[in-house]
Design a protein around this ligand. Structure first.
Ligand code: USQ
Length: 405
């Protein structure tokens, strides 16, 4: 199949390009390198060095003997998106080209507006490029488990049956997103659902849990093929951050009680799931939702797992719960369904502990890079307030250094 990856320079996009080409697909990608700029804005960088795109493309060609067609530009530029669709004629487009950070969207008004505009406009452009130029192209959109929030009921895959005052209907399950970023994903989901109904396009909306991991085996040891691994407060996800903290023997930082639960999925498992969704498209006019995660864990439990694995590698790491900068439930029920990908053949094979061991081995050689930007680990973006409240960062720094454990 010809697969277009929107956001090919990112953590998932660069990995997916390799996974798909290695399994027989033809790939093209679009990117404007905004992830590199956002992380630089947070005064950080990828723990694992990543090559410029020209070198990435050269390494890709040498490794896979396949050309990767790359378009540099912004997904908000509709004429570019049209050109890509007309030239590449994709069978599927995977939309990873959004700003993926909850804390980044909570910095202030400008960041909230930017994240929602960027994410909603890019999704619209892909919807209309499909309608105008390639109606049979399957849209695979990366949504997020966070769209659902943490309700006190089981969470279905997208839809559920409701009986109200004696009548029954099937409804989208309510979304209770925890950040402006997560709301941008909800708005994208609603727009795609409506596009399937009115324009007849086919779409799979992936509610993915928190991804972690440094590599997939296809990357080998060529540094040009490595994907990024962020650890700053905005673009680093929980386990990736804990692994980087462990490497520099910085305390691991569960927020609040750390008893909040999330679905997690290793990077390599996320690739398997995306491939299954691409190779088994939704029907024309169908809007389907997959919940994509491997295991549910509490944040504190994960910090203890990272601590345990790190200790086996001779790293002495403490766990120090920080004042929670987010507004989120710390004690809650969490039981999401996740059977649709399993029905398509997905079985999780990699345990969190084994993946963390691989991550730490990959990250130990990058200790100096993480150390140099370690201040970006500290969370000074607060929900309901702006960043850098006077004295806040030093309070947090003191907590991380010696506060409650
Ligand atoms: N957390 C900590 N300590 C940290 C970092 C995070 O306790 O140092 C906690 C957060 O408070 C939250 C949980 O870990 O309760 C997850 O936080 P996260 O930063 O790993 O993930 P999140 O902000 O939810 O966003 C990430 C990705 C996003 C994706 C989402 C999937 O950045 O793109 O949509 O995971 S999900 O969480 O299922 O919504």
């Amino acid at each position: 199949m010809r697969v277009l990856i929107a956001g090919i320079d990112g953590y998932l996009g660069w990995t997916l390009a390799q996974y798909l080409v290695d399994t027989g697909h033809e790939v093209a990608g679009i990117d404007n390198y905004s992830r590199r700029s956002w992380v630089a804005e947070m005064d950080s960088w990828s723990a694992i060095p990543i090559a410029p795109m020209s070198e990435r493309l050269q390494g890709f060609h040498e490794r896979y003997r396949e050309k990767l067609t790359f378009y540099e530009g912004d997904l908000q530029d509709y004429s570019l998106v049209e050109k890509v669709f007309n030239e590449f004629e994709p069978n599927a487009v995977v939309h990873l080209g959004e700003c993926p950070s909850a804390p980044y969207s909570m910095i202030d008004r400008d960041h909230a507006v930017y994240v929602q505009t960027n994410n909603i406009n890019s999704t619209f452009n892909l919807i209309f490029a499909i309608k105008d130029h390639s109606p049979e192209t399957h849209l695979v959109k990366l949504g997020t488990m966070g769209e659902y929030g943490t309700p006190n009921t089981d969470i279905p895959e997208g839809f559920f049956d409701v009986e109200y005052r004696g009548r029954r209907d099937r409804f989208p399950y309510p979304r209770q997103a925890p950040s402006w970023y997560h709301w941008s994903k909800v708005h994208g989901s609603n727009n795609i659902m409506f596009a399937c109904k009115t324009l007849g396009i086919s779409a799979t909306d992936i509610m993915q849990g928190v991804v972690f991991g440094t590599q997939i085996e296809q990357m080998g040891d060529d540094p040009r093929l490595s994907t990024r691994l962020d650890f700053d407060q905005a673009f680093g996800t929980a386990i990736n951050r804990f692994a980087c903290q462990a490497v520099i023997e910085h305390p691991l930082t569960p927020y609040g009680k750390g008893s909040q639960q999330r679905g997690f999925i290793p990077l390599r498992e996320s690739m398997k799931c995306l491939k299954l969704a691409i190779e088994n498209p939704a029907a024309m006019g169908e809007y389907r939702v997959f919940n994509q995660f491997a295991e549910v864990h509490s944040i504190d439990g994960l910090a203890r797992t990272v601590q345990h694995v790190a200790s086996g590698l001779g790293l002495d790491v403490e766990v120090k719960n920080l004042e929670n900068p987010r507004m989120e439930l710390e004690e809650h029920y969490y039981n999401p369904d996740h059977s649709k990908l399993r029905e398509l053949g997905y079985t999780p094979t990699q345990s969190v502990e084994d993946e963390v061991r691989i991550m730490l081995s990959d990250l130990i050689p990058q200790r100096d890079r993480i150390e140099e930007k370690k201040r970006s680990l500290l969370p000074d973006v607060q929900w309901g307030g702006y960043r850098r409240r006077s004295g806040y960062l030093s309070d947090i720094e003191a907590q991380a250094a010696g506060g409650q454990s």
